[in-house]
Unconditional design. Structure first.
Length: 292
């Protein structure tokens, strides 16, 4: 009950604007993937192509081994959830859930009803009458209860307060453990979703900057702190993403995986070595130029 994804040299153009250019990536089935990047990096466009909302200008996209465009089987197993789940805003939420229960083969009405209670949503109301956060919460309900083989969440947290966002993350993880499927989370709140991710794709300016397992990425990058000359000597030859100085003390963020020998070398030079969190790494890697 999981769809894998293969994208090869995908290009998507909107008139003269190139949203994606020769992007290639693989999303393994049965995993939670993070789709990260700055505004305008192509995240929403990529998800729209995977969900067959938009046709590629060039390149190849396979979902569960098939082109998703006008493919009833693949489309039935794919669910793209934007802010309000792409539902009729003037239709009562109960009616929408009734329809999804009939139309979606794996839809779990009991789960939907429990989540409606969790997010304090009155099923008699219409999305158009809800706050932005409540509409987002309804989108989360739709995406989780549909249990599609490929579930795509595009910034679904928009407008939610912190307790609601964390309730969504907890519900997602709990249901994923019991009912594994392929889930893609696109989000700017990287610190909040980092614990959920098994694989990470970072888009930058319409291309794939990197795609790695989360545990590998977690070991990538280091912050080296100490006297300026010693820090500069240690990072020489390594890619420096950011260098900050306060008096004689310098902290350099490097794009490197430091092995035991490198860490021992740093400690011998009187330097402190610390990790770089995923959000900071994404910020530094996608900066137009290294920050100083």
């Amino acid at each position: 009950m999981s769809f894998g994804v293969e994208v090869q040299d995908l290009t998507v153009e909107y008139g003269r604007t190139v949203a994606l250019e020769r992007a290639s990536l693989t999303l393994a089935p049965g995993a939670i993937h993070g789709l990260l990047g700055r505004n305008g990096s192509g995240k929403t466009t990529l998800l729209s192509v995977l969900a067959a909302f938009r046709r590629p200008s060039a390149g190849r996209v396979l979902v569960d081994g098939e082109d998703p465009w006008e493919n009833p089987r693949v489309m039935a197993g794919t669910c793209l959830v934007r802010e309000s789940g792409d539902v009729e805003v003037d239709t009562g939420m109960k009616d929408t859930l009734d329809y999804l229960e009939r139309a979606r083969p794996h839809f779990d009405r009991d789960l939907a009803d429990r989540l409606m209670d969790t997010f304090e949503l009155d099923p008699r109301r219409k999305p158009t009458k809800l706050s932005r956060g409540k509409r987002s919460a309804f989108g989360a309900v739709v995406g989780l209860a549909t249990r599609a083989e490929l579930t795509l969440f595009d910034e679904v947290y928009l407008g939610m307060d912190a307790p609601s966002r964390h309730a969504f993350y907890d519900a997602l993880l709990e249901d994923y453990v019991e009912h594994p499927r392929t889930i893609v989370l696109s989000s700017h709140l990287i610190e909040e979703i980092e614990r959920l991710l098994e694989h990470v794709v970072i888009l930058d300016r319409g291309g794939v900057l990197l795609a790695e397992d989360a545990d590998v990425l977690g070991a990538r990058g280091a912050r080296v702190t100490g006297p300026g000359p010693a820090v500069d000597a240690f990072v020489a030859g390594r890619r420096v993403l950011r260098r900050e100085q306060l008096g004689p003390t310098v902290q350099a963020t490097v794009d490197a995986t430091l092995d035991d020998a490198a860490r021992a070398e740093a400690h011998a030079a009187g330097l402190e070595v610390g990790p770089v969190d995923l959000q900071s790494l994404v910020v530094h890697l996608t900066a137009k130029e290294p920050a100083r």
